[in-house]
Design a protein around this ligand. Sequence first.
Ligand code: FEO
Ligand code: CA
Ligand code: CA
Ligand code: CA
Length: 697
Amino acid sequence: MLDHVRGKRSAVTCALKCDNICSRPACNTSDNDYFRDVASSALSRRQMLGAGAAGALALAVGAASDVAGAQPAAAKSWGASKLTFTPIEPVHHAVDGLIVPEGYTWEPIVRWGDGLFPDSPSFDPENQSADSQAKQFGYNNDYLEIQEVPGSNGRRALLFANHEYTNENIMFPDSTDEATRRAVGMAAHGMTAVEVTRKNRNDAWSVDVEGARNRRFTMDTEYTFDGPLRGSQLLATDDDPEGTTVRGTINNCAGGLTPWGTMLSGEENFHGYFVSDGTSEADRRYGITAEPTARGWEIDEPRFDTRNPGHEHEKNKFGWIVEVDPWDPESTPVKHTSLGRFNHEGATVIIADDGRAVAYSGDDARFEYLYKFVSRDAYVEDDREHNKTLLSEGDLYVARFTGGSPAGEIDGSGEVPSDGAFDGGGTWLPLIVDGESQVSGFSVEEVLVHTRLAADAVGATKMDRPEDVEPNPVTGTVYMACTNNSNRAAAGYPGVDEPNPRAKNRDGHVVEITEQGDQTSTRFGWTLLLVCGDPAQGDATYFSGFPADQVSPISCPDNVAFDSVGNLWISTDGMPGMGYCDGLFKVQLEGRDRGLVEQFLSVPAGAETCGPVIRDTQRTAFVAVQHPGEDGSWQAPQSYFPDYVDSDGDGRFALPRPSVVQVLKGRPKRGTADRRQRQLIGDAHSGGSLRRGPALG
Ligand code: FEO
Ligand code: CA
Ligand code: CA
Ligand code: CA
């Protein structure tokens, strides 16, 4: 099964998350090529940091101060994080446990199926309905944000999560009919905002179903379009002749908290929900085919089969960055057309020196691109309604990376070139500037709806699956996770280059990007911070010069986050490719320990680690645990996370449930899920070896 996906995790993920996109030829067959630019690489990383970074720091910290309930303003200098821990050992990929460092414990905060409102039905997995699911926490939580409610003295917070996709194979007993599966699965997509409370600051958070801001976003929720494509014929359908609205959001992956306190969420593998005749250049480029979809929503809603008259443009209504204001439960979420349409992993915003908002977004597919948006208007402190319009109009760019080392030294092995680094310069190639298309033969509307084709035309650099891209709020330096690319340098595919230097890249890498000048610059420098892998298994790896035998092995970086002093945290999706469960890792970026990777936690068998939120000043962290036990079935589960309980004593344990988890300092208390898990599989810190669990063999 691992062979099938070579470095990704499982066939189930391929079918349900990405519509088997990896087993088909990569969609990007454009012939735009790789350019070397020795001149730009002559600038050192230090020079690239320049004066602009300090300005970015001041603005980022200032910007955070007017966010409702933002985490404490980032420290202005490097220092020690208060979230100190002894790294855990990597955990065998079949172990069904959430393993945290010695002296820490964990609690599920909200699980798939948990009620969100006073009238929510209790979770009854054998009798699910779309109506009940619409009042419960959805499936496969990915992006996560937790913001304290102002004035609550740290006792109330607003939790926001999106729900990327569904694992029907483990959600339902065999007796559930197909129509019910489709309806429940649809209702389990979308997003959730829910208030959480705690009695004391050291307690775990728990859901308050009475919270005034509790809200589920489902496929029936109305979204509005803004930006240049609003009102375009390319968005018009029989359901929406004006081309201004759409029902629902799908396959939301990562996201970002804006400086004005809203949430951004990326519509990623939207192609897997649509049928078309599959013959147009755009359909081929976006991977939309004439095959029935995995979930079959087109059976119930004609709009998902875009061959149906009047629904031809429905597919154009997905693949956008969505902005949600969870602080206003009556607000209509917005799809921003100005950021382009592609498989958005997510988007994150930083305020540049001149006040404009800059958003970075990766297109997560093999050989796709990195994009940057620069707002037309400037951020205005304390004018939240104005700031909520910043992503409506602006310039759109795509990245071209150039390497400085001789091509012969980039041989696909992952060996570092003789100048000691995979590094170089780059250019932000304009797609739209001042409201005008910069792409020959493309109108503004065409650039925005067929952004991949426009980026092909200007010669962007094909990357190894750009996932999360985030500026470090302490330094302004940007970090991009390139998760893997099994087809790099395979027969018929593009070869290696300095920013993607490994053939059949199983383990991925992390790119560090330093804008030349401020964040709006069209030039940048870059270096690979990490070339991931397991040195102990003989992989060619690079940890910015830190000794490879002293780091935790890491593979398939996916989401990135930062603590208050600017350390990078990385969650992974694909570690089973090297034999381990996925996890959360801290990476030091400065000083003697730059490149030191330390594993903080490991998620249960089959799960991916998503949505890391690091609150080191409160000595706590959160992760969204996605698809635990994804390769199992109702009859033969492969995980009991997060409850690890046989509640009625019939020998059958509770089914796995994607959940948001909080990790806290302290030993597990009697009766907690953490304690039950340790009894089932052993304690990672007691010297014994971990077991898989009684019924898992
Ligand atoms: Fe949904 Fe790019 O991972
Ligand atoms: Ca180099
Ligand atoms: Ca991923
Ligand atoms: Ca992801």
